[in-house]
Design a protein around this ligand. Structure first.
Ligand code: PHB
Length: 401
């Protein structure tokens, strides 16, 4: 649906569920149904609906809506209305796009985004305007580090979190010299940083760190360098459309058989249908695996498939938990956003029964969660074992005011 609407004007602000439609041309109002418990809570989705992360954005929104629907379409007794903006994963447009939601749309809460660079602009504005911000993906360390704030929560991960445990996994598999490869921006650099920390602590050596600009996908010259240097293994951070192409190119270059490929789990999450055989057997670390054996995960997956006709992935889990976290806050204050301190306190202390397993929040309001080693088996990210139980990001530089 977003795709069709975005076809009209992809930079437009979109409103789907009655109330207000905001387009590049201005704001139009429609009659609203009378709502017993006061005005609906205004939720602004700031996500990528176009570009290499487009599918990720839509999946997050889908699962957030699923969570709200499972609660009878109300949180803390209040209905919700949604506004969407496409951030295009373009950091240069981040401030303006976020400002549209905060100043013009006057949303109560922003849910977004995917790209770490765009996230930084959002975090800055959320701090200045004291807008409640729930981050459903982007892992940029500063959001729950030096730029942390009581009104900023993350239901996904820090970029360091999936990377760090993979260092030990790779060392334990017998690899001594590894080349890393990623897009050159916050997420890639921090993910590689996490891996490097874990791998070198265990005794390994990073032979080379290769980077290409985001969101380029001309991998060939880098694959040639890898083939020439013959490391014991390769660690990568790629996600979305870029991850699909990378995994296929790595296999097509004949490297998959000779040089084991590892990555943060985004490499194979939400991408497997398109990657096919090229992804089979790849091992990655992430805070989710498709077959986690808990009742919440089973029900979540079943309902997602029913609603959307597609298998959910880690991004769906993160969007779903963004809904769950907002529910904790609004339930605690019976939908009264003005009871802000009590709402934020309830969110900070939330213990979520997530499809990913148990999840709580660090002092910097980043998830404390298991990181799983997974392996692609028959088109699924299957659980191998817990790589690191209850891992908390160190939250360096966070001083809550
Ligand atoms: C990020 O930019 O922080 C990012 C993007 C996509 C992912 C993970 C992290 O899958």
């Amino acid at each position: 649906m977003a795709k069709k609407l975005i076809g009209i004007d992809r930079r437009s602000v979109l409103k789907l569920a009655g109330g207000v439609a905001v387009t590049g041309l201005g704001v139009r109002s429609f009659p609203m149904p009378a709502i017993a418990q006061g005005a609906p809570v205004r939720v602004g989705f700031m996500l990528p609906y176009t570009g290499t992360y487009a599918a990720i954005g839509k999946t997050i929104e889908n699962a957030f809506r699923q969570n709200v629907a499972e609660r009878g379409d109300k949180l803390g007794g209040r209905a919700l209305e949604f506004v969407q903006v496409d951030d295009e994963s373009d950091p240069t447009k981040g401030p303006q796009t976020m400002d549209k939601l905060v100043s013009r749309e006057k949303v109560d809460v922003v849910v977004g985004t995917v790209h770490s660079g765009v996230q930084m602009a959002m975090v800055k504005i959320a701090r200045e305007s004291n807008t409640l911000l729930i981050i459903p993906n982007a892992g940029v360390g500063a959001a729950t580090g030096a730029m942390c704030a009581p009104n900023i929560f993350r239901t996904s991960f820090s970029n360091w979190q999936p990377g760090f445990p993979m260092g030990k996994v790779a060392w334990d598999a017998g690899h001594k010299r590894v080349i890393t490869f990623s897009w050159k921006y916050g997420a890639g650099e921090e993910s590689v940083g996490g891996f490097k920390e874990g791998f070198t602590k265990a005794g390994g050596t990073i032979e080379a760190e290769l980077y290409l600009p985001f969101p380029e996908v001309e991998f060939q010259s880098y694959l040639t360098q890898i083939a020439e240097k013959k490391p014991d293994a390769v660690y990568v951070f790629f996600a979305g459309g870029g991850a699909v192409k990378f995994v296929k190119d790595y296999a097509a270059a004949g490297l998959k058989k000779s040089i084991p490929l590892y990555g943060a789990g985004f490499l194979t999450d939400g991408t497997l249908a398109a990657q096919g055989e090229a992804a089979e057997g790849l091992q990655t670390t992430l805070h989710y695996a498709d077959d986690l054996d808990n009742p919440v995960n089973k029900a979540f997956r079943e309902n997602y498939v029913k609603r959307y006709g597609a298998e959910p992935d880690v991004y769906a889990v993160q969007g779903y938990d963004a809904g769950a976290l907002l529910a904790v806050g609004l339930d605690a204050v019976k939908g009264d956003f003005k009871a802000r301190d009590a709402m934020l306190k309830a969110m900070r202390n939330a213990k979520l029964d997530s499809p990913r397993g148990p999840m709580s929040f660090s002092a910097a309001q980043n998830p404390v969660q298991n990181i799983y080693l997974r392996e692609v088996r028959k088109g699924k990210n299957a659980l191998v074992r817990i790589a690191h139980q209850g891992l908390a990001d160190p939250g360096v530089g966070c001083k809550m005011t």
